[in-house]
Design a protein around this ligand. Structure first.
Ligand code: 8YV
Length: 318
């Protein structure tokens, strides 16, 4: 018996995924373009494997006649209609835990890069302008001893906080709910959003994208921040208002910002954010280490196969 699986991806997926799927009883039907493929029989689709962030709508799930599972390569499932899946009784699997360390490391790479002018410094060191060493150029913001505000103290935010202990930082956090064990472990203090923004020298966005977090950081919130502050987004682009961020950076309000995520992703090549020197931009590298990608591949294929067989999905978000 072979399972019919719709795999959404406009790039060649990470090799271990196709290897694991090839070793299973899955017959793959590719969705490679913006629009769903027309040449497949949706009535026989047993599973959807979501790679990248193509939308998985309720309509698509309803169209797949025998759907038993939606398996996502990644922890964030904002592109999947989870309420729709619940209503239809279709389990959704994701890959929590295995990417916390890699994403927390990258959050720190963003904070440090923006705070210590790493990218502008790299460009300057290679360019024609660097003729004499000058101790007064490219002064950054001190990380050690500063206040870190973590917005979203889930698994990844917690790991960001753990790393801050090594920098002797004072930690504030803002979250849907208080996290007593994290407060005890990290010495973190819960703060309202405005207070966190006003008091933090470094702000890390590590929350999932939900209706509540969409546009969480807009012009008003950016204006509350210290003019020397640094903000990094390792969550999802729509958590902040990109236009408001650009305006704040251009006005010299904030030391710098860094982001791993944008909307759309990628940005059009002529987007003004890409020309902003005080913004570090990465192409969604949060969990992009070989070790983490291997674990994500294994986990997402395990979820897929369990769902196809009607077994409990080991890592289930909906
Ligand atoms: C993935 C991510 O790279 O897990 C997530 O939510 O954003 C990243 O770890 C991505 O989802 C895979 O496409």
């Amino acid at each position: 018996m072979s399972w019919q699986v719709l795999i959404q991806s406009d790039v060649v997926p990470y090799e271990p995924i196709t290897r694991l799927l090839a070793a299973s009883d899955c017959c793959l039907h590719w969705w490679r373009d913006a629009e769903p493929p027309r040449d497949i029989d949706y009535s026989v689709i047993d599973g959807i494997y979501s790679y990248g962030h193509f939308p998985v709508t309720r309509e698509l799930m309803e169209r797949c006649g025998r759907l038993k599972i939606v398996s996502n390569f990644g922890v964030g499932c904002d592109h999947i209609d989870q309420n729709g899946a619940r209503a239809l009784g279709i389990p959704v699997g994701n890959t929590p835990g295995v990417l916390d360390a890699a994403t927390a490391d990258l959050t720190w790479a963003l904070l440090l890069a923006a705070g210590r002018n790493i990218v502008t410094g790299d460009h300057f060191a290679r360019g024609p302008g660097f003729q004499k060493y000058d101790a007064a150029v490219l002064l950054g913001q001190q990380v050690t001893g500063a206040t870190l505000g973590i917005i979203g103290l889930g698994r990844i935010g917690y790991q960001v906080g753990r790393r801050a202990i090594g920098f002797d930082m004072k930690i504030l956090y803002h979250n849907r709910t208080r996290n007593a064990s994290a407060e005890a472990d990290l010495g973190a203090r819960y703060a309202g959003l405005d207070e966190l923004l006003q008091q933090s020298d470094f702000v890390a966005l590590n929350c999932p994208l939900t209706p509540e977090t969409t546009g969480l950081i807009g012009a008003r919130e950016l204006a509350l921040m210290k003019p020397t502050a640094v903000i990094a987004n390792a969550a999802r682009g729509p958590v902040w208002d990109q236009e408001a961020l650009l305006t704040a950076l251009r006005a010299g309000h904030l030391h710098a910002a860094a982001t791993d995520v944008t909307y759309p992703e990628p940005l059009p090549r002529d987007h003004p954010l890409l020309a902003e020197e005080r913004l570090v931009v990465l192409p969604h590298l949060g969990s992009a280490t070989q070790q983490t990608r291997d674990a994500m591949s294994q986990m997402s294929v395990t979820n897929l196969l369990a769902g196809l067989k009607g077994q409990d999905v080991p890592y289930r978000i909906a």
